[in-house]
Design a protein around this ligand. Sequence first.
Ligand SMILES: CC(C)(COP(=O)(O)OP(=O)(O)OC[C@H]1O[C@@H](n2cnc3c(N)ncnc32)[C@H](O)[C@@H]1OP(=O)(O)O)[C@@H](O)C(=O)NCCC(=O)NCCS
Length: 177
Amino acid sequence: MYLEILSYIEDKSSRINDLKNIFYTTARVPLHTDELRQSLFQKYAAPYIEHWPDDVFFACDLNSKKTLGYLIGCRNSIAAESIFSPLLGSYVLFSDLFKKFPAHLHMNTHPDHQGVGVGTFLIEEYALELKKFGIKGVHVVTSPEERNVQFYLRHKFKHLYERKYNDRSLLFMGRRL
Ligand SMILES: CC(C)(COP(=O)(O)OP(=O)(O)OC[C@H]1O[C@@H](n2cnc3c(N)ncnc32)[C@H](O)[C@@H]1OP(=O)(O)O)[C@@H](O)C(=O)NCCC(=O)NCCS
């Protein structure tokens, strides 16, 4: 498979629809109502599209142009606190680590295309982009039992911090760039 990165500007509205579709189909909680779907999207995806469109990446099939996966990121997690804190109580749980790992990201690959290199392509392209701008670290926050932990470890997110948030454990995984 040949992949290319298309930025948000190209084919904007249809790519955002693809992003929404992938977001909903990969959600880890059942999304029974439209209200729930929208509230999750507003918390976890919409702020990135609104504030950091340059950090919205789509991995697309080079021939068909089909969207296979996406990555949304933020280069300065400290500056973004005022945006995320009101939306996500857990956002500040790891804020002492933001200086060392300033950027963060969320990503998902369409279930029909997982495990064939789409995520690897996206994450390495974003790491290159961050390095180009002199950003020294990036992080993700996941749960210790998630399968994606292996994926991030393989991609050098090896600085791990596990903390409790309410009744859950959250895992911060940082990568130096
Ligand atoms: C995690 C994820 C982004 C990786 O993208 P990908 O395109 O599947 O990744 P690649 O093909 O480059 O790498 C394959 C590795 O990804 C991980 N992976 C594959 N499918 C996965 C899945 N359904 N859930 C979690 N991780 C998965 C595995 O570590 C896999 O390695 P393995 O085949 O040796 O087990 C993608 O699988 C996904 O969207 N998963 C579901 C939602 C999720 O966990 N998103 C991350 C939120 S923090």
